[in-house]
Ligand binder design. Structure first.
Ligand code: G3H
Length: 530
């Protein structure tokens, strides 16, 4: 693949470096004068390939990390803090104030999404807009949850006023593929439920948090959100070791989640909200509408270059249709346009991890050694920052590309004759997030659906896998997730049911009535938020 350099439109050129010289600690944007780390984009600004310098971030140490933990713990204040005891309506006001300011930063954040992680313009805009919508939907859902709890129950002579309360301090770590959306899909529900947080942005997609720092600072009480920069090992590990973290919220690899969980001194006390790796298959039955299946598999395997946990990572195609599927699929993959994120109609874009093309090449070599071939003309063509999607056929389940989550442009196709072949592979896989099932005959589909729902958590009928719409449950079995995220489920995942109980007698009832009339308690309240 030749590197065809096209002049970058004026609007998207990097004109000013972003040197992030502060971090958010206990409500202050604290100046950092220590070591820094340069941030580069794998996208070149010049005709002769050279990574583009975008700016720098602080490399904080264990000391700042523990100060952030102190700040978050103090803000929770042993349950007495301003934030966890605040009226729901007041926490919502803070969140509304935040999102209002966030919306003004759309252009800056979208530009940085393109430069830092190579996401195309349309998808970068979608990531921003989807996140804003997620915040509004979270606010609405929380209001509904609050309305539903604005009442008393009575059973066996005991009155109960039941609500969901915060868990405490949350350490929040997001992934590079959705550095805004997935991180905020953890952080926002965690905060609105009254928890306090320490958040470290992903390695790639870190500068795009800079335009939002002031909004975080001025929307929430001090210590409620603390934002750290630096290496996970230096910053996140000591925070976990300390034992004061109540929830580990992480979207990333199970290796990182396990390492962090292992150092927490009280694992029984640690709650986890994890979105981890997946290896979602597509199963294409012989009676499938091939045009539809091919188009969905193209979206599923190549959108954001396969760097999505929900990407289709292996295609099981019935042998009777494999030749036709392969030739039409290959032709369409080869027709996808590679270019910079802002180029019109671009589908394939530079990979943000500099060593990714070499890793994908290793997977290709391993598959070839084990009997597969690249079946599309452009497959494996490499430039400095990209490797064209390679379709590997016939792939086998024990090839590295099927065992590892490739998270990049390589597509293994496994031919099958007996449906138990993909089902057995899925049952023995370490992952269990989603599957795509392509076919028409309901007599065949029905028993398959009934089995697949027990192996994964979402069966996509004649469509590629995806997380959205965000109101639907997003979770996985085995190594793919812990807890469930959706607008509603995330609020539950970051909270616990807690209630006030009182025996039905004159003495207690008079107290309850006075509590309600005086509006002195923010918890014992039947006020309705409209
Ligand atoms: O990387 C995993 C994301 O949650 C995928 O979300 O299906 O909307 O691309 P998506």
């Amino acid at each position: 693949m030749t590197s065809t350099f096209i002049e970058i439109p004026e609007k998207y050129k990097v004109k000013q470096l972003i040197h992030q010289t502060t971090y958010l600690l206990n409500g202050e944007l604290v100046k950092w004068t220590g070591a820094t780390s340069d941030i580069y984009s794998t996208i070149s600004s010049t005709e002769d390939y050279k990574p583009t310098h975008l700016g720098s971030i602080p490399v904080l140490t264990q000391k700042e990390a523990l100060m952030a933990l102190d700040a978050a713990s103090e803000a929770f204040g042993k349950g007495k803090g301003l934030w966890p005891t605040m009226k729901v309506a007041d926490r919502i006001n803070c969140m509304e104030n935040f999102v209002k300011q966030m919306k003004t930063k759309r252009e800056e954040v979208v530009k940085l999404l393109m430069w830092e992680i190579g996401k195309n313009l349309i998808d970068s805009e979608k990531e921003f807009d989807r996140t804003v919508e997620y915040i509004y939907n979270t606010i609405e859902d929380y209001k509904q949850m609050d309305r539903d709890s604005a009442k008393f129950h009575k059973h066996d002579g005991v009155h109960a006023h039941i609500r969901r309360g915060p868990l405490g301090v949350v350490l929040c770590l997001g992934p590079y593929n959705y550095p805004l959306n997935e991180t905020f899909a953890l952080l926002i529900p965690a905060l609105i439920m009254g928890n306090t947080a320490i958040f470290k942005p992903a390695k790639y997609g870190v500068l795009l948090i800079s335009p939002l720092l002031e909004a975080f600072q001025n929307s929430f009480p001090k210590g409620v959100v603390n934002i750290l920069y630096g290496r996970g090992r230096t910053v996140a590990t000591p925070i976990m070791k300390d034992g004061r973290v109540d929830v580990l919220a992480l979207i990333g690899h199970s290796r990182s989640a396990n390492a962090l969980q292992d150092v927490h001194p009280k694992s029984n006390r640690l709650r986890m909200v994890l979105g981890l790796e997946a290896n979602n298959p597509a199963i294409i039955l012989p009676d499938a509408d091939l045009e539809l299946a091919i188009n969905e598999c193209i979206t599923g395997t190549t959108s954001f270059n396969g760097q999505r946990c929900t990407a289709l990572k292996v295609l099981y195609v019935h042998k009777d249709i494999a030749d036709e599927f392969n030739s039409r699929f290959s032709e369409k993959i080869d027709a996808l346009k590679f270019g910079n994120p802002w180029d019109a109609g671009v589908k394939l874009t530079p990979l943000p991890e500099p060593d990714k093309p070499a890793y994908i090449k290793e997977l290709i070599d391993d598959a070839i050694e084990n009997g597969a071939q690249i079946i599309n003309k452009k497959g494996g063509q490499t430039t400095y920052n990209y490797i064209f999607p390679a379709i590997m056929y016939p792939a086998k389940n024990d090839m590295r590309v099927c065992e590892e989550e490739q998270f990049g442009p390589i597509i293994p196709i496994i031919p099958f004759t007996d449906i138990n072949e993909p089902l057995d592979d899925m049952a023995s896989s370490n992952y269990g997030q989603q599957v795509s099932l392509f076919g028409k005959d309901t007599k065949t589909l029905a028993p398959l659906i009934d089995t697949l729902v027990n192996l994964v958590c979402r069966v996509n009928l004649n469509s590629s896998c995806q997380r959205g719409p965000d109101v639907y449950p997003f979770t996985g079995r085995k190594d793919s997730a812990v807890a469930t995220l959706s607008v509603h489920d995330a609020l539950r995942s970051f909270s616990i049911r807690t209630f006030v109980a009182s025996k039905d007698n004159y003495y207690n009832n008079a107290i309850l009535e006075e509590l309600l009339d005086s509006r002195a308690s923010n918890f014992v309240s039947t006020d309705y938020i409209l």
